[in-house]
Design a protein around this ligand. Structure first.
Ligand code: GLN
Ligand code: ZN
Length: 772
């Protein structure tokens, strides 16, 4: 019997019940037992959903109050000194303080960074591999001790057993856990902690076995990364030591292929291996050849990272190949945890039936997994034959649907010539013309685009959506916001103005809603971190722009002032990365379609008299593939897509781009190849250290290194910003420097925004006197 299982199920709830309960608990509106009850109900509901869908083995340990990595930190007693409770025993308060900062950390922020004794600053959040899920980074010290400190996993196993479920607990493996953490304090090698950590795993496995668990899933997604040799070596050592635990171990890799780690993965002294065949189908033949057939091979054939129905014929073909050799030792699964897909398609009543028929969320994916295992065990059964026929019909309808395949878009793509992705003249010539036209002072000041999204703005948008505000009333309300932003910027003396983005809910959704080829769900939420969820738009068909998207607002804003107004767009790579993409078309081609749509907008802005257009690429770097060997290809098409959207304008039109992060060393050449005239980046938090990349490579164009951190309400002093810019000017010629905050201001309040910008403009004026 080929078993079916899931590597994990979304925990947030189909109505985001967990989000609502967490936020009520943090507000003091729900007590701990109320919160725990919501967690218990969600777990029970999710197990039942998976069982009803037909899965044989249900995951436990995929539930987390905030984040599963944080849950592991508590389990192993990896609790930084500043959070350690007096009693020695961590509580939910400890967990939430590590995630969100303690009460004293919040005061700390308000009082502007005065030195407190060990404020409870939250642990760092960072992206989980190449997903949009964020985990809390474990903090290790050289003298780190590990101790089993949190009972949640064992309690949940009991809970599932009491409900009569056959479960498979899920743990993050010791090497992945260490890899994800950060060494704090004196420098040391995290791998040195392995020997100390392993006994805790031994203890956990022993206790699970005593609870009657037969199989445990140990996630080691770092097996899909380029690992240093000492980390590779450590795998064998670690699993050798865990070998004697009295239960069976399934080591799970996902998100990318095993590649050079395949040899070590198949030889680990464990009972089974899970691989992601959606991301890396090419590894199947080698696996069939190399994995001993007395072990379990779990094939992840249903995509846990996207929203499309599985092509059952294709998946079954892969599974049957493996069945020949593995027989009953073949298991069927999702490619990765279903954490990364929305919960239940059944709720999307407003989607038309055709489109809905193409989609599958977590609940539907479980049914697909179960169907595939049934197809292996009993291929001729009626339900299997019906499911296969339905799947074929779905694939056929998508392959030929005129809603998906648009001749006009394809004709345009085919007509692209190299010159389309090339500005007319090189930067050195363009910038002369731009300077002559724009007449900006040295150290020009600007902002990144958005101004505070006040409750009034959100209420107006909601009222408009609900029909309580007419189109005309809504337009007037947004225009009033624009007037306010423009007047204020003029008073402040900023050199390049923005309209403030009041009309935008989100930098991707705002554009996606105006493009053909995008669909939207009502409940398609995916956890991003803690109680935060995102609802990515779905690219289902060839993309095009039926009409201008931003021109009216931008033209209105420019009409209010003599000062130059910067148009504001989201770039093709960011649009793609923050959407659910198609699987029937390469990401490269989807980016190119987006690029053409945005290119039209750039040209329309130019035609409307807008002299500067900023194209944000906040997600450019996060698109980097997990394996370095694939970087070059990605960077090629990503850079090309940006250039395609930005190159349709005259030399005099200045193109800006913005990237709000810090790690540029890896990608600086590609950033330069994007050929923007000005780039604004985040640098203030790292004290301008980031500029090293821009200096070492001799980055050719203008740069606005963010001079203050917009993530904090703190108002920066003029002299701090002057000092930062002086540092920047030591690395980059003064005539190429701009002065701006490090990201958009939409999450800030007006008061601190105004105060910060007053100081920023004063800083620029001082710099002009000193350095220009
Ligand atoms: N223009 C956007 C804004 O100011 C940029 C946001 C971002 O980079 N994340 O909000
Ligand atoms: Zn930003």
């Amino acid at each position: 019997m080929a078993l079916s299982h899931s590597l994990g199920f979304p925990r947030i709830g189909r109505d985001r019940e967990l989000k609502k309960a967490l936020e009520a608990y943090w507000q003091g509106e729900l007590d701990e037992s109320g919160l725990r009850a919501v967690g218990r109900e969600l777990r029970a509901a999710h197990w039942q959903l998976q069982k009803d869908a037909g899965l044989d083995l249900l995951p436990v340990g995929d539930f987390a109050w905030y984040d599963q990595v944080l849950g592991h930190s508590l389990t192993f007693g990896v609790i930084p000194q500043r959070f350690r409770p007096d009693t020695g025993t961590p509580t939910l308060q400890t967990l939430f303080a590590m995630a969100r900062g303690g009460a004293d950390a919040q005061t700390h922020e308000q009082c502007c960074g005065a030195a407190h004794a060990q404020p409870q600053v939250a642990e760092e959040l960072t992206k989980w591999f190449d997903t949009n899920y964020h985990y809390l980074v474990p903090e290790f010290t050289a003298d780190q001790r590990f101790q089993l400190s949190w009972e949640q996993l064992f309690e949940e196993v009991d809970e599932a057993h009491a409900l009569g479920h056959k479960v498979k607990p899920v743990l993050i493996g010791p090497l992945t856990f260490l890899w994800l953490g950060k060494a704090k304090g004196e420098a040391f090698d995290k791998l040195e902690l392995l020997e100390r950590l392993l006994p805790i795993y031994g203890e956990i496995l022993g206790r699970l076995a005593a609870q009657g668990v037969e199989w445990v899933q140990i996630d080691e997604p770092i097996l899909g990364l380029d690992l240093p040799q000492d980390w590779k070596n450590a795998f064998e050592r670690a699993y050798h030591l865990l070998q004697h635990a009295p239960l069976k171990k399934l080591v799970a890799s996902y998100f990318s292929g095993l590649e050079d780690n395949l040899g070590l993965a198949v030889c680990l002294p464990v009972d089974g291996l899970h691989v992601d065949l959606v991301r890396a189908p090419e590894q199947l033949p080698l696996l069939l050849d190399r994995l001993p057939s007395y072990k379990v091979l779990s094939l992840g054939v249903v995509n846990g990272r996207n929203v499309w129905r599985c092509d059952l014929d294709q998946a079954l073909g892969q599974l049957q190949q493996a069945q020949v050799r593995f027989g009953d030792n073949l298991w069927v699964a999702g490619s990765c945890s279903l954490l990364h897909s929305p919960v239940d398609l059944a709720r999307e009543e407003q989607l038309d039936n055709e489109l809905k028929g193409w989609l599958a969320f977590a609940v539907q994916k479980c049914a697909e997994i179960a169907t595939l295992s049934m197809a292996l065990n009993d291929p001729q059964s009626a339900p299997v034959q019906a499911a296969l026929a339905e799947s074929r019909a779905v694939q056929a309808s998508r392959a030929s649907s005129p809603r998906i395949h648009k001749a006009a878009v394809q004709a345009r793509l085919n007509a692209i010539i190299p010159a389309d992705s090339q500005r007319l003249s090189p930067f050195a010539e363009r910038i002369e013309k731009q300077r002559a036209r724009l007449q900006l002072p040295a150290f020009p000041t600007t902002t990144i685009g958005s101004f505070p999204q006040t409750p009034a703005i959100r209420q107006a948008r909601q009222a408009f959506r609900q029909g309580r505000l007419s189109q005309a009333q809504y337009t007037e309300a947004m225009q009033a916001e624009i007037r306010h932003a423009v007047t204020l910027q003029e008073q402040l003396g900023l050199d390049v103005l923005v309209h403030g983005e009041a009309e935008r809910n989100d930098m991707v959704e705002y554009f996606a809603e105006q493009l053909d080829g995008y669909a939207f769900t009502r409940f398609g939420w995916v956890q991003s971190y803690g109680s935060r969820c995102v609802k990515p738009a779905i690219i289902y068909g060839d993309l095009s722009r039926p009409q201008p998207m931003t021109v009216a607002w931008t033209r209105y804003a420019q009409g209010l002032t003599q000062t130059v107004m910067k148009g504001m767009l989201t770039g093709p790579v960011t649009m793609l990365m923050w959407s659910f993409p198609r699987e029937d078309l390469s990401r490269e081609l989807q980016a190119r379609q987006l690029a053409l749509a945005i290119r039209d907008e750039v040209q329309d802005l130019e035609a409307a008299g807008i002299q500067i257009v900023q194209i944000d690429e906040a997600a450019f770097r996060e698109g980097l593939p997990l394996r370095q060997a694939q970087w070059a290809a990605y960077l090629d098409w990503a850079t090309e897509a940006f250039r395609l959207c930005a190159s349709g304008v005259r030399d005099e039109t200045q193109i800006h781009t913005h990237m709000c992060y810090s790690e540029f060393n890896d990608v600086i050449e590609s950033i330069a190849a994007m050929d923007a005239d000005v780039i604004t980046i985040e640098t203030s938090r790292s004290d301008m250290q980031l500029l090293q990349a821009f200096e070492a490579f001799d980055y050719p164009s203008d740069i606005g290194p963010g001079v203050y951190d917009i993530h904090s309400p703190r108002v920066p002093e003029t002299q701090e910003m002057v000092a930062l810019m002086r540092k920047a000017a030591r690395r980059i010629p003064a005539e190429r420097l701009w002065v701006n905050p490090d990201c958009g201001l939409k999450t800030r309040a007006w008061r601190e925004t105004e105060a910060a910008l007053v100081n920023m403009v004063a800083a620029a004026r001082q710099l002009r006197r000193e350095l220009a």
